[in-house]
Design a protein around this ligand. Structure first.
Ligand code: ADE
Length: 238
């Protein structure tokens, strides 16, 4: 099978692969499970200074990335028949979810556009079919770290990246729950014991305990996840 392809449009190509060059994602990159290409938006900057931004229409602070520059970069960097999803990393986007990450990992790859400055010209979003995606309700200084977060989450789900023991099916968020707690050696850690049931060898009881713990922790920390799961399990009758 051909590699999962990531293309990142950025003003700071030197930020990549960054952390994606080591560990799980880095090994997979070396093995060719996925490929990473960066496109330097500044290559399509205007004039001798390769200018990419300008002052906001209507006035105000900061600079805005020009639509024509980004369009030129996207048009030059993407083949005509490229059907990969095109995402714009932006705090205004819908929050990224594990379900979305899994979906992306099952496609041919992804195109990520990283904003900088105060923003990018709004017109490019529709003109080039970009979907805004956020990695959380806080503002980063640019989309690059957000892009790397998304790529890390997707790449680890590609076939052959994680061991089979960690297909991801039992992880946090996969069934609308946070994960149950884990323990290993030593049996006594500073007077704290491992829950007795985990040492019992009774696999059915262990599975039931883990399910109950996952539910308890989710109720405590993220009741919003359970509301989502209920809505999915029993769709409202009308
Ligand atoms: N760029 C700046 N902040 C961001 C965020 N929270 N998510 C995605 N991209 C961003």
């Amino acid at each position: 099978m051909s590699s999962w392809r990531a293309t990142v449009f950025t003003l700071f190509p030197e930020m990549l692969p960054g952390p994606l060059g080591v560990s799980l994602a880095g090994d997979a990159l070396v093995r060719g499970v996925w490929t990473l290409e960066t496109q330097d938006i500044r290559d399509h900057g205007i004039g001798r200074h390769r200018s990419v931004d300008d002052t906001p229409a209507g006035g105000g602070a900061g600079m805005v990335l020009r639509a024509d520059v980004l369009a030129a970069s996207l048009d030059a960097g993407l083949a005509a028949g490229d059907t990969r999803p095109r995402l714009l990393m932006s705090p205004r986007g819908a929050p990224l979810t594990q379900a979305q990450v899994r979906d992306l990992s099952q496609r041919q790859g992804v195109v990520l556009v990283c904003g900088r400055f105060e923003g990018i010209d709004e017109r490019i979003i529709e003109a080039r079919g970009l979907t805004e995606v956020s990695i959380g309700d806080y503002v980063l200084s640019g989309g690059e770290l957000a892009a790397m977060v998304l790529l890390d989450a997707a790449v680890r789900l590609l076939p052959g990246v994680m061991g089979k023991e960690a297909s991801g099916a039992e992880e946090s968020f996969e069934d609308g729950r946070l994960e149950y707690p884990h323990y290993t050696k030593p049996r006594d850690f500073e007077g704290r014991a491992i829950p007795e049931i985990l040492l019992s060898g009774d696999h059915a009881k262990i599975a039931a305990w883990r399910k109950a713990e996952a539910l308890r922790i989710t109720q405590e920390r993220r009741p919003d996840l359970l509301q989502g799961a209920e809505a999915k399990a029993e769709p409202r009758k009308r």
